[in-house]
Structures are given as structure tokens and as C-alpha cells.
Design a protein around this ligand. Structure first.
Ligand code: SF4
Length: 154
């Protein structure tokens, strides 16, 4: 998996103070996408074991308490990203007690594959659906257009 950006301290993408990872790769091609540069799977830089270790360490850093991890992009549930994302969310569950995980995807919860569901089964909140320009509303919390749904899963 490749990534575009990692913010070790973020107060914009989800509730509270968080770590946020923007991954590469998205097939949805939404008109008005805010992050077109992430569409290509091979854009950005390789997500390494060191990067994964750093996220775990940042989430456990008590000097700046984080509420959890946000995964966005690109699309963290792009089929080619799923193995790396699954490994990461499993580690967060095992090694970062009490931290929540939020994921943004262009897929619909109802259409996920078994592999994508394995990831979603471990996260707290999934925001699903493509961005639809005609339904865009800046007053919405955690989503760009009103068709998207914030699913609180646990
Ligand atoms: S799902 Fe997100 S990243 Fe992908 S095209 Fe749509 S708005 Fe852009």
C-alpha cells in the first residue's frame, strides 16, 4: 500500500485529537473530489513497517492523548489496500486499548466484499458512499455530501 499523508496530530478528520492517515488509490472518480492526486494506487510513498510502528506509538503517546485513528484517502477499502489496512487496524485493536478507528470509503456498507467486511468489523465508525457534488453541504459533520452515511458500528 502507498500513502499520501500522515498527520500525527489532527483535530479535523473525526472527533477529538487523532492520528490520520491518507492512503493512495481510489476507483470512484467522484466529480468534485477534493483529493484527486490520491487516485492512483502507485502515487505517494510506500507504507512501511516503520510507519505502522510510528502510528501505534503515536496512538499510545500519553503526552498528547489521541482519541483514535482516522483512515481516509484515496480509499482505505480499495481492494489492494485492504490487506495492509486490515493488518493496521488489527494492531490498533490489540496494542492501543481504548482508541477508536474511523474509516472513510467511497463504497457502500451494503456492497462490501468479505475482505472489506473483515476490516469494517474492527472499526468504530464507517462513513460510506461516493461524494456527490449536487448533494454537497459544508454544514454536514464528518461527510461532504448528504448521501454519505456515518455508521456507528460499535
Ligand atoms: S471516494 Fe473520496 S477520494 Fe475517491 S474519488 Fe470519491 S471523493 Fe475522491
Amino acid at each position: 500500500m502507498n500513502i499520501h499523508q500522515y498527520y500525527p496530530i489532527d483535530v479535523v478528520n473525526g472527533p477529538g485529537t487523532r492520528c490520520t492517515l491518507f492512503v493512495s488509490g481510489c476507483v470512484h472518480q467522484c466529480d468534485g473530489c477534493y483529493n484527486k492526486s490520491t487516485w492512483r494506487l502507485n502515487s505517494g510513498v510506500l507504507f512501511t513497517e516503520e510507519m505502522e510502528d510510528r502510528i501505534i506509538a503515536d496512538l499510545n503517546d500519553c503526552r498528547i492523548p489521541r482519541q483514535g485513528l482516522s483512515l481516509s484517502g484515496g480509499d482505505p477499502l480499495h481492494p489492494q489496500n485492504v490487506p495492509s489496512i486490515l493488518k493496521l487496524v488489527k494492531r490498533v485493536r490489540d496494542e492501543c486499548k481504548g482508541k477508536d478507528i474511523w474509516i472513510w470509503t467511497g463504497y457502500l456498507l451494503s456492497e462490501l466484499t468479505a475482505q472489506q467486511r473483515d476490516v469494517v468489523d474492527l472499526v468504530n465508525v464507517l462513513i460510506d458512499g461516493k461524494f456527490i457534488k449536487e448533494l454537497a453541504d459544508p454544514s454536514l459533520l464528518w461527510r461532504g455530501s448528504s448521501n454519505q452515511v456515518v455508521h456507528k458500528l460499535r
